[in-house]
Design a protein around this ligand. Structure first.
Ligand SMILES: [Zn+2]
Length: 316
């Protein structure tokens, strides 16, 4: 749920405290909000640096405000950082070609997981007692809200990790190379057709779910604009076969992947063994260096304006 305020003129944003600001919402009046980053307000505002609108966004944990801001920034100098290939890994969320990786723990603690399960069971039980045509009880509504709050907490933690990780990558590296993954196509292709049923459908579906869970597409989107801000660049290379190509000798040997986590080269002259995610990340970088980079799709570069409160997922 979100409400757009298209004009910044009537917002009258003022800072009332180090941590709090006040904003005038049309038809609602003055509302206090958490001040989380610099805004062009008061003596910091001029013709080129000003608030041009806002958006109110609601999630299960409350309301947030994201400000649209116009600023004039000098074009960044070319990023001096190195090139790196990144693979959406199976053993780690992000595997880097230089051997680094970005990992995270579970989004919810054991206790929170248990609470979530408890509320879900509660909701299922209450729902089963409900007679046909009977409206949802207040108790059930409350349980739904409790479930939504825990899920929103997990989502915020994931967003936070994603932002911190992509910012660190954009700060460190000048060029980031990723696979051009078609996530929706992958999810479709595993099932196959009636004439040609797909193999290992369940395993692939599981893999797809985890890729979707890691929100790879959003990671790429965040990297794209954060790199552009710092004078770096995002490059995409064709994905097919990156997990089957050896990163040392570049022979593609179907089935050379011993299991999901380990890669073993079938070429007897090479015989490289190691982490499969690292291998894929190195192959991605190799493809870029040998001139296989794809031209970025039109409109891919996302310019995001300064946000406020929680990182606004809706503000594109
Ligand atoms: Zn090899």
């Amino acid at each position: 749920m979100s409400i757009d305020i298209p004009q910044g003129r009537d917002l009258h944003v003022v800072r009332v405290h180090r941590r709090w600001g006040m904003v005038n919402i049309p038809k609602l009046g003055k509302v206090r909000f958490r001040w989380t980053r610099a805004l062009p307000v008061g003596k910091h505002a001029d013709k080129h640096h000003r608030i041009t609108g806002a958006r109110l966004v609601k999630d299960a944990l409350g309301w947030h405000i994201a400000f649209r801001v116009t600023t004039v920034a000098p074009a960044p100098a070319a990023h001096p950082g190195l090139e790196v290939g990144i693979d959406a890994g199976i053993t780690v969320p992000l595997a880097l070609s230089d051997g680094e990786s970005a990992d995270h723990g579970p989004w919810l603690s054991k206790r929170e997981e248990a609470r979530l399960l408890h509320f879900e069971q509660c909701a299922a039980r209450r729902k089963s007692h409900r007679k046909k045509g009977e409206r949802t009880s207040r108790r059930l509504h409350r349980t739904y809200d409790q479930i939504a709050r825990i899920r929103a907490t997990a989502k915020r933690r994931r967003d936070d990790w994603q932002h911190k990780t992509t910012t660190a990558l954009a700060d460190t590296y000048g060029t980031v190379v990723v696979e051009a993954l078609q996530i929706t196509n992958m999810a479709k292709s595993a099932k196959g057709t009636v004439e040609q049923p797909g193999r290992q459908v369940a395993q692939k579906a599981g893999l797809n779910r985890s890729i979707l869970g890691e929100a790879w597409g959003r990671t790429v989107e965040l990297l794209s604009y954060k790199l552009a801000q710092r004078g770096g660049a995002l490059a995409e290379v064709p994905a097919p076969g990156t997990s089957q190509e050896c990163s040392r000798c570049h022979t593609v040997t179907p089935g050379s992947r011993r299991n999901q986590a380990e890669f073993v080269c079938n070429n007897p002259a090479c015989g490289w063994e190691g982490n499969a995610d690292l291998n894929a990340a190195r192959t991605v970088l190799h493809r870029y260096r040998t001139g296989h980079a794809l031209v970025p799709a039109a409109g891919r570069a996302v310019v995001r304006r300064a946000g406020h409160g929680v990182k606004p997922a809706t503000a594109r």
